[in-house]
Design a protein around this ligand. Structure first.
Ligand code: KIV
Ligand code: NA
Length: 265
């Protein structure tokens, strides 16, 4: 299996081939995701919710992220390894972010994901210039759940939409390679995707026009206890195995049949 590189992701974006991303937190799933065709495995701080049973991602630490990154990196032969910078690990200043990103890169991350828009652009540039590829994350940013007042669609007002467009451009100009957009109206996400020239957009509840899609593994396998969001589809329905479910997700992302209108805002 040929490893997916940053260069390959850029080529996929340029050629209009969709990028299929899923979260993964351990070696067995990292190997399975690679076999099923996943391009990028995200060690998301959603591990706080799905592995640790926390009510939010806020209690997740840098050491938790480094441990799960090591587990995934040992087995991720094909997918690019992307790790979330957890709450409080990168928002003080660029130096703090670089120090903590270096810990995650040493654990096996090939890119780090940072929540936040224009206000994080200086930090993004600082990391990119020092050899750390960066994925931005805007729209619903779960580390800010208490500031946002819940898990809600973002960018619905004219002002919010304008701010989100400016955030995306600022992150692209700072050198971010990827941009996760979470719970964003499909029309706005399409407009943002079309406005960019190098950065690939990855949607989660952001419509089908993004350059790729991401879901939380436990959500798309239907094993997360409790209610899931509108943007989730359970790919185990009709699947012969977990690997088949992931392969069906990859196929649905690639041919544009996921997300459908029912998964969008
Ligand atoms: O932590 C996570 O799983 C994420 C994705 C939902 C994008 O950030
Ligand atoms: Na996350």
């Amino acid at each position: 299996q040929k490893p997916v590189t940053l260069f390959e992701l850029g080529k996929m974006r340029a050629e209009g081939r969709k990028i299929a991303m899923l979260t993964g937190y351990d070696a067995s799933f990292a190997a399975l995701l690679g076999r099923a065709g996943i391009d990028v495995v995200l060690i998301g701080d959603s591990l706080g919710n799905v592995l640790q049973g926390q009510k939010s991602t806020l209690p997740v630490t840098l050491e938790h992220m480094a441990y799960h990154t090591e587990c995934v990196a040992r087995a991720a032969a094909r997918p690019l390894v992307l790790t979330d910078m957890p709450f409080g690990s990168c928002h003080e200043n660029p130096e703090q972010a670089m120090r903590n990103a270096a810990r995650l890169m040493a654990a096996g991350a090939q890119m780090v994901k940072i929540e936040g828009g224009e206000f994080m652009a200086e930090t993004v540039r600082f990391l990119v210039e020092r050899g750390v590829p960066v994925c931005g994350h805007i729209g619903l940013t779960p580390q800010s759940v208490h500031q946002l007042g819940g898990y809600r669609v973002q960018g619905r007002s004219d002002e919010g939409a304008a701010r989100m467009k400016a955030d995306a451009l600022a992150l692209e100009q700072a050198g971010a390679a990827l941009l996760v957009m979470e719970m964003v109206p499909a029309a706005l996400a399409a407009e943002i995707t079309a406005s960019l020239s190098t950065m690939a957009t990855i949607g989660i509840g952001a419509g089908p026009a993004c350059d790729g899609q991401v879901l939380v593994l436990h959500d798309m396998l239907g094993i997360f206890p409790g209610k899931t969001a509108r943007f989730v589809r359970n790919f185990m329905e009709g699947a012969a195995s977990i690997e088949d479910a992931v392969a069906r997700y990859v196929a649905a992302v690639r041919d544009g049949s996921f997300p459908a209108a029912e998964h969008c805002y």
